[in-house]
Ligand binder design. Structure first.
Ligand SMILES: Nc1nc2c(ncn2[C@@H]2O[C@H](COP(=O)(O)OP(=O)(O)OP(=O)(O)O)[C@@H](O)[C@H]2O)c(=O)[nH]1
Length: 300
């Protein structure tokens, strides 16, 4: 049987950990931590699908662990089941109010633990799918505007914090209205899918993030690259679209489908914000159209 779901057990009592491990290890991958501190360190480097935690532990308590997990965007969505010796309604209510999915009192029945774990993992799986669908563009299946905005905000903050460079490239397909009018909307859709996948492939070597941000425009975020290297990535994207050789008989600038790119490169924090970065890239794209340049770069 393939054990796909990963469960972390956090309990200072070795016996409790062994009992839970014996209950669940046939079906799931189990990791154990003997304190909340150890669990936080473990979770910084490892992903899990569900956490089972005790409440009363030396050092950080289970409640505080819950609070920290909910405050961290990498861990807030992990379901937590509390297993506690306390059968006080107040303790149970407190745990549930703080975001625990469930509360089981000790001594517990292994059958009940198994059933509840199974149910919570099923809910988590559905939530993960919904989260994915809400972040993916339905046509091209690459990240959508929502995920782009989130990623740009996160990366902008991280780059400013670590004095790392950030480049934002906006990519527009040239004369796409004419393409649609000439070849039809369905052919336009096919073309958008091809362009999205080509850009995605082209940018992999640069560890870039690509998204569709509206109708025929795409965005790429690159971090830790020099302006020259980001420009090379832009050139690589141009080449990948040229290689598609999609005929565009009504384009006044090229016999094949072509793109224009506007890029802003922020070498170090310029005291602005991500909206300003976006505006600068948009202005670079506008200039690329206006002067019929393949790429226009604004360095900050
Ligand atoms: N097939 C298809 N067309 C789309 C989709 N989303 C937007 N479009 C079309 O893309 C065209 C974009 O037109 P414009 O924004 O004027 O761009 P353009 O014709 O490329 O003009 P320039 O930006 O000046 O090169 C419009 O005709 C939209 O209807 C889509 O999902 N599928």
């Amino acid at each position: 049987m393939q054990k796909t779901a990963r469960i972390l057990i956090v309990d200072d009592d070795p016996l409790n950990r062994v009992v839970l491990d014996n209950t669940l290890s046939q079906e799931y991958q189990i990791s154990q931590c003997e304190s909340a501190e150890q669990a936080l360190t473990f979770l910084a480097d490892n992903k899990v699908d569900l956490i089972i935690s005790d409440i009363r532990m030396p050092g950080i308590s289970g409640y505080e662990l819950l609070e920290r997990l909910k405050a961290n965007q990498n861990t807030y969505a992990i379901p937590v089941i509390i297993i506690s010796a306390s059968n006080s309604y107040n303790d149970e209510a407190k745990g549930l109010q703080m975001g625990a999915m469930d509360y089981i009192t000790k001594p517990f029945s292994p059958l009940i633990v198994k059933a509840r774990v199974k149910n919570h993992l099923a809910i988590k799986q559905k939530n993960d799918l919904l989260e994915k669908l809400a972040s993916i563009d339905g046509l091209t299946e690459i990240p959508n505007r929502r995920l782009l905005d989130e990623t740009l905000s996160q990366q902008y903050l991280l780059c400013a914090e670590h004095s790392k460079s950030l480049s934002l490239l906006l990519i527009d397909i040239d004369y796409f209205k004419e393409f649609n009018e000439h070849y039809g909307y369905a052919a336009g859709d096919d073309c958008l899918v091809k362009v999205a996948h080509s850009l995605d492939c082209a940018i992999q070597a640069y560890q870039g993030f690509v998204a569709r941000y509206d109708g025929v425009r795409f965005a790429v975020i690159l971090t830790g690259h020099s302006s020259e290297s980001a420009l090379e990535a832009a050139s690589h994207m141009h080449d990948s679209i040229d290689c598609l050789m999609v005929a565009h008989g009504t384009s006044p600038i090229c016999a094949h489908l072509s793109i224009s790119i506007g890029m802003v490169h922020i070498a170090t924090d310029f005291g602005g914000n991500e909206q300003q970065v976006f505006k600068l890239a948009d202005s670079a794209l506008y200039q690329a159209h206006q002067y019929q340049e393949r790429v226009v770069v604004i360095n900050k």
